[in-house]
Design a protein around this ligand. Structure first.
Ligand code: GLV
Length: 360
């Protein structure tokens, strides 16, 4: 084709040259819009991008550039769908700049990066990736709980720094896990997974608070008892946060809530930054008002509150609770499946909204 159209890819094509272009190429040239156009906003598994390419015209991001909102808007100007991660904000301004956009498939179970009302009003479908990450994320929640209670990060740093010279009776003595009280704030699928691990694996006394109570059957399965938020704060030896981030859960744990916790308690956040007031938590850890914290998510991440980086009694991980290879692959595939099902007219598999009308 290059020889036909001349030396420069952009050179004008003469009418008699057109006949030399193979029919299939011409078809493609004449109807470049035949397949929906999809933007994959961050680098993901190449095999999933390849699979998307069988259905769509795909613009992907193999360099994994973190686009600014303006760059993202520009990329979406001619796209019909997008695969996003939790770090792309989808709001009214972005939607206005993307008039063709009909669906955004988030590769995350949480979708606080979506302005769902704005999407619904604009006729844009949103989807997320529930279920496929439940057990993996519950595993990690429990791992972070144990690492925090048993001071694994702090003691490892001490050893690596060559500070370990002798056994001591109280060297990195932590808090008990088995038989203690596990408090869970937010009792969705992941919260239930953590409750089961604690109750059945570690003989923990499980209490929870949630917007709505579980059915008696689910409470029995999780061996979990519903309590008020106040009782949860007051009684938990380990308080695990697994609730969605919404305006109502902003700073659900701040100085006043931390003050109600036991001085020996640990706080674990695997939900979202912003649910905890990180400045208040850093101060509380410094003052030893609670024993320790384990944090996988941060307000304004990937930035971390500087005080949290200096206090020893906190385990910090970079938002990796769902990060095993099989689970991340399942998440990417589910996001892709949502796009395929939507454009095939089968409806999204895991919708987060029900847009009333279609975009023009
Ligand atoms: C990760 O944070 C997710 O919401 O899936």
């Amino acid at each position: 084709l290059h020889a036909v159209v001349g030396r420069h890819p952009g050179a004008a094509v003469r009418r008699d040259d057109i006949a030399l272009v193979p029919l299939t190429d011409r078809r493609k040239d004449l109807s470049p819009m035949s397949k929906p156009r999809i933007l994959v906003a961050r680098n993901i598994f190449p095999e999933v991008v390849e699979r998307l390419s069988q259905h769509f015209e795909v613009e992907s991001n193999p360099q994994d550039v973190v686009w600014t909102p303006a760059e993202l808007a520009q990329k979406l100007a001619d796209k019909d769908g997008a695969l996003t991660t939790g770090s792309q904000r989808v709001d009214a301004a972005l939607l206005a700049a993307a008039p063709r956009l009909r669906i955004v498939a988030n590769m995350a179970v949480g979708y606080n990066n979506f302005d769902v009302d704005a999407m619904t009003a604009a006729g844009v479908q949103g989807t997320n990736t529930p279920d496929v990450l439940t057990e993996t994320t519950a595993d990690f929640g429990f791992a972070l709980l144990m690492a925090t209670a048993r001071r694994m990060a702090e003691s490892e740093h001490y050893l690596r720094a060559g500070q370990w010279t002798k056994w001591s009776y109280d060297l990195f003595a932590g808090t008990e896990v088995h038989g203690s009280t596990l408090g869970i704030l937010g009792m969705g699928r992941i919260g239930q997974g953590i409750a089961k691990r604690g109750a059945h694996g570690f003989g923990m006394n499980v209490v929870y608070h949630n917007r709505s109570r579980l059915t008696p059957e689910l409470e029995a399965e999780c061996k979990a008892r519903y309590v008020s938020k106040e009782e949860l704060l007051r009684t938990a030896d380990h308080l695990v946060l697994v609730l969605p981030y919404t305006p109502a859960s902003h700073h659900a744990i701040g100085a006043a809530e931390i003050a109600q916790m036991k001085p020996t308690a640990n706080l674990i956040n695997i939900a979202r930054g912003g649910i905890v007031d990180d400045a208040a938590l850093a101060q509380a850890l410094k003052d030893r008002r609670i024993a320790a914290a384990g944090l996988d998510v941060f307000e304004g991440e990937p930035a971390v509150h500087p005080e949290l980086l200096t206090v020893p009694n906190v385990v910090l991980t970079p938002h990796i609770a769902s990060a095993t290879v099989p689970t991340r692959l399942a998440m990417a595939n589910l996001a892709a499946d949502n796009l395929v099902a939507f454009f095939e007219g089968r409806g999204p598999l895991t919708p987060v909204n029900t847009p009333a009308g279609k975009r023009a």
